[in-house]
Design a binder for this molecule. Structure first.
Ligand code: PFF
Length: 454
């Protein structure tokens, strides 16, 4: 039995960089800061940490474990592992749900990655020199209105992703991430250090204010909405229930510890999110801007900050370069989830399946682009195309998928199978098994029900 194409990572480092590359994405640098901003800062950060380690990590462990045991893309692996435990192969449908989540998310994600590449281009050519909030808003509005421009940059991002995937698991994904991920960490750290050394301005020392704001929780601000937002963010950020981690697990050699790897991946993902906070918020506070600016924080607020800071041109280039790296390594994981399935289910060779997935995502992404302008009014239940996909995947597919994965690993799979695959100490196994059986399912269920009906 071999994983899709029989491929494997060549080292633990390669796997961890690939999985961290999948996890660390726009969710960390773009979404985490604005979610934190909208949800009151440190209180949200605290709840987020609990959700990432208490709910996200156990599910990730389950996913990688199932992938490695089943040696295939998500539907194949789940069906095989279920059969091994004497259960119905129909569990494969749970994997199909993950594929659907990855595919729909990718359609929206590819367009946002397009904006990032476009902003990288703008940063290189203009450095946002002379930008104020009026020009920054107008610039972003112009981007959303320019369909050809959006299509061009979306295709550019998809083409880079396609090239990486085309070259294969070891020669493409692994080779790219072992260079790109350390580069991303270096860039982020350099930008945070720059902020630290920036002298205080009229609005105080941005870095110090950002630290206080991110790390001094006001417990009275933690409400059910905060928890809901934090779990959603943890699923999004850790790439939970999206079939991708399962297939990355299928490429993982048996000798590597899954629990230890997942702890490293979750720590890295959380670390990058916090570091991104220390890159974004000091600029926001230094310039007296609003931390709760929402989705536009990165594209509308930051350029104004770049324009006003010394070395802002260079900072903006490095910032969007870092964001582009984060976005592309995540697109690689989202697309590989579907790609691996085409390979192992239909025997389509990689170079054809990559073209098929990337090409069809590109076609759908046109609809996603259009829903920022001319198709904005084509709605279903009051949501346009993008919002519908986003709602369907993030509010429905991811939580339901996470819940079912937890139930599958905790209650359906035989205990000796999970214990054998994890191979950790008895204590670590007992903790994981307890969390995946008794903590994750009720927590995710309550959150899902309240999110949809509450
Ligand atoms: N985890 C990645 C990120 O945080 O950007 C990739 C990703 C996962 C994107 C799930 C979107 C998503 F819904």
């Amino acid at each position: 039995m071999a994983a899709a194409g029989g491929a494997h990572w060549s080292s633990r480092f390669g796997f961890i960089m690939a999985a961290a590359g999948f996890a660390v994405g726009l969710g960390n640098v773009w979404r985490f800061p604005y979610m934190t901003g909208e949800n009151g800062g440190a209180a949200f950060v605290l709840v987020y940490l609990a959700c990432a380690f208490g709910i996200g990590a156990p599910i990730l462990i389950a996913e990688i474990l199932i992938g490695r045991r089943g040696q295939g893309s998500a539907p194949t692996a789940l069906a095989r592992v279920a059969a091994q435990s004497g259960q119905s192969k129909r569990w494969g449908w749970l994997g199909a749900m993950g594929l659907l989540a990855a595919y729909t998310i990718e359609i929206v994600y590819a367009v946002v990655c397009g904006w990032v590449l476009w902003y990288l281009f703008k940063a290189i050519t203009t450095g946002f020199v002379g930008f104020d909030s009026v020009t920054a808003n107008a610039e972003f509005a112009a981007v959303l209105d320019d369909n050809l421009g959006m299509l061009f940059w979306t295709l550019a991002g998809l083409a880079i992703t396609g090239l990486i995937l085309y070259a294969g698991v070891k020669d493409g994904i692994e080779r790219a991430v072992v260079i790109l991920m350390p580069l991303l960490f270096l860039l982020l750290a350099a930008l945070a250090i720059y902020n630290y050394f920036t002298p205080a301005g009229a609005h105080g020392h941005g870095f110090t204010r950002a630290i206080t704001w991110l790390f001094t929780p006001d417990f009275s601000k933690i409400g059910f909405d905060t928890v809901l937002a934090a779990v959603g963010q943890a699923f999004f950020s850790l790439s939970v229930a999206m079939a991708g981690m399962m297939v990355y697990g299928a490429y993982l050699p048996k000798s590597v510890s899954i629990t230890r790897s997942v702890l490293i991946i979750v720590t890295m993902d959380t670390g990058v999110a916090l570091l991104a906070g220390l890159v974004v918020f000091p600029v926001v506070f230094h310039n007296g801007m609003d931390p709760a600016a929402g989705v536009g924080l990165i594209f509308k607020t930051l350029p104004v900050g770049f324009a006003q800071m010394p070395g802002g041109h260079g900072f903006s280039v490095l910032f969007f370069l870092m964001l582009a790296v984060a976005g592309i390594t995540s697109m690689v994981g989202l697309i590989e989830a579907v790609n691996a399935w085409l390979e192992d289910r239909f025997g389509i060779p990689r170079h054809k399946s990559v073209l098929l997935v990337v090409g069809s995502v590109a076609a759908f992404s046109v609809l996603s682009s259009l829903s920022y302008n001319v198709m904005d009014h084509w709605t279903l239940n009051g949501r346009n195309f993008n919002d519908s996909l986003d709602y369907f995947s993030n509010q429905i597919l991811l939580p339901v998928g996470g819940l079912l994965i937890a139930i599958f690993a905790g209650w359906i799979m035989r205990k000796d199978a999970t214990r054998d695959e994890l191979g950790t100490s008895a204590r670590a196994y007992a903790l994981w098994h307890f969390l995946i059986r008794f903590v994750v399912p009720p927590a995710v269920l309550v959150i899902f029900v309240m999110g949809v009906f509450g």
